[in-house]
Design a binder for this molecule. Structure first.
Ligand code: TYD
Length: 144
């Protein structure tokens, strides 16, 4: 799929297999910008999540993200207000592309895990939706 594809035509959350180079020295996982429907404006890493800890718990108005388990494993639940989905990210080569207006919750972080996120825009707290009732209302309003 090329970057020209409209984000609105893509699934709310979509698994992408990343290329890997594996040899006796270990594993190298490649994320090339051309595989993504957005230009990468920001990268961040979530680590040291305590046992039973959760991250996310919000949606983004316009930011799309690629979520990668750079180390360890964790679970991502996505909800676009229509079709909820749950994915276990358990290896660096399995990435989850999450479109804007998708509520996401990350949990089940294994010890030593690291969540790498590539984002389409720089950080802007104003584009977050952190209230689930507000999220469902906005989704319902946007329905034809
Ligand atoms: P948040 O997005 O809620 O984290 P998560 O989705 O992983 O649970 O962000 C947690 C805090 O970090 C919040 O105060 C905003 C801040 N933050 C930044 O300053 N820059 C960033 O790029 C991100 C993602 C968060």
């Amino acid at each position: 799929m090329s970057r020209a594809d409209s984000p609105s035509r893509r699934p709310a959350a979509e698994l992408i297999e990343l290329d890997e180079v594996l040899d006796a020295r270990g594993r190298l996982t490649v994320i090339e910008g051309g595989r993504l429907p957005f230009a990468i404006a920001r990268a961040y890493v979530i680590s040291e999540v305590p046992p039973a800890g959760c991250r996310g718990g919000h949606a983004h108005r316009y930011v799309a993200e690629l979520i990668v388990a750079a180390a360890g494993r964790f679970t991502v639940e996505c909800d676009d207000g229509v079709q909820p989905s749950t994915v276990d990210l358990d290896r660096p080569s399995l990435a989850l592309l999450v479109q804007p207006m998708v509520w996401r919750e990350l949990s089940g972080f294994s010890e030593g895990s690291a969540c790498l996120v590539l984002a389409s825009h720089e950080y802007d707290e104003d584009e977050y939706i952190r209230d689930y009732a507000q999220f469902t209302a906005l989704v319902a309003d946007a329905r034809p």
